[in-house]
Design a protein around this ligand. Structure first.
Ligand code: FES
Ligand SMILES: [Fe+2]
Length: 362
């Protein structure tokens, strides 16, 4: 991918981001180039690719990617564009051993090798030159991430600082539920939405009835973090404390004993983003994982956390920020409870401006 000029993306991470960060197409171009097309991007959860042959199309930055589980049980990420004339190969989740283009039926195996091209006399097509590109794919506690850059550091390194906190909070006892995900478009820059999801500062004001009574702002605290990932925590009425994971660029999840509710954000354009929500729950699956009882148990667990109402409130305040930041806006100072936002600023400076991130604080 070509390198966009990121020089205009400078800012002070101790302050809010400048208006240009939320409005300037130059910022978005630099972010696509240096973040969405080079860093790890959350794609889906592993349960969506449970069986060999399962295929899930996703978009990473501007690149259509096909995630699949091959016959050996490994996760594979391929370009989802036909190597003939660029047709989108797979549009809906499917299960198949091969990938066949709907246009002229060129056919690929699950490693992206071209294995069939109808009406092409032998020798006309160099099959090795028409292989689907492959990308990095790794899974972390059931969360599947893709990177278009082969040289990206491993997820183990990326999340090392928060690993023990996440494991200790019992994430592996929960079942991810891809069938309960939802997606919508918010009229705000992607950074407005993800910063809002990261910080617990706004709970008392934006969510006085939905979240504040359960998880009050005053009881939120910082656990461990850096530009790579941050864990914060807080009291959760009647339960063990929650753990909030902020995984830049676009993933935040709230982990409790019985649930992991997450939000994933991806840019659409400068002032719109796609917001996906999903979760993992302590539902014991019956014999058929997607049977009626399993779904009912999952929904019951999901309903225990008042997700829909607080999401409406977050969407409204984020879109209001987007309508605001312009004109003579001078970025304000972040307060101590927003330390995770400072970590995210360090992340942006690292990726966009090659500023080596500060050593992890623990
Ligand atoms: S575009 Fe895919 S086979 Fe022609
Ligand atoms: Fe919120």
């Amino acid at each position: 991918m070509k390198t966009a000029d990121a020089g205009q993306s400078t800012f002070d991470p101790a302050r809010a981001l400048p208006a240009a960060a939320y409005r300037d197409p130059g910022w978005l171009a630099a972010e696509k180039d240096r973040i969405w097309h080079r860093d790890w991007v959350f794609a889906t959860t592993e349960d969506a690719l449970a069986e060999p042959g399962d295929q899930v199309p996703v978009t990473i930055g501007d690149q259509p990617v096909l995630l699949l589980r091959n016959q050996a049980g490994e996760l594979v990420a391929l370009s989802n564009l036909c190597a003939h004339r660029g047709t989108l190969l797979v549009e809906q989740p499917a299960n198949a051993r091969r990938i066949q283009c709907p246009y002229h039926a060129w056919t690929y195996d699950d490693a992206g090798r071209l294995v069939g091209a109808p009406f092409a006399p032998s020798g006309v097509i160099d099959r090795s030159a028409h292989r689907l590109p492959t990308y990095r794919v790794e899974s972390w506690h059931g969360l599947v991430f893709v990177s278009l850059d082969d040289g990206v550091e491993s997820l183990a390194r990326r999340f090392a600082l928060i690993e023990r906190h996440v494991s200790a909070a019992g994430i592996d006892a929960l079942d991810h539920r891809a069938d309960m995900q939802s997606a919508e478009t918010w009229a705000c820059n992607w950074k407005v939405a993800i910063i809002n999801a990261m910080e617990s500062y706004h709970l008392f004001k934006v969510h006085p009835e939905t979240l504040e009574p359960f998880t009050p702002t005053r009881d939120a605290y910082y656990v461990a973090g850096s530009a790579r990932a941050t864990a914060t925590g807080g009291a959760f009425k009647g339960q063990d404390d929650y753990l909030l994971l902020s995984l830049p660029p676009g993933f935040v999840g709230v982990l409790t004993r019985g649930s992991f509710v997450w939000q994933a954000v991806h840019p659409v354009d400068s002032d719109r983003c796609a917001v996906r929500t999903g979760g993992a729950y302590a539902s014991h699956r019956p014999a058929s994982p997607f049977g009626r009882i399993g779904k009912w148990l999952g929904r019951a667990a999901a309903a225990a956390y008042p997700q829909p109402d607080f999401l409406r409130e977050d969407k409204a305040i984020c879109e209001r920020v987007q309508r605001g930041v312009t004109g003579d806006f001078l970025p304000g100072t972040l307060v101590p409870i927003e330390r995770v936002v400072r970590d995210f600023g360090d992340y942006l400076n690292w990726r966009l401006n090659d500023v080596e991130p500060p050593l992890a604080r623990d």
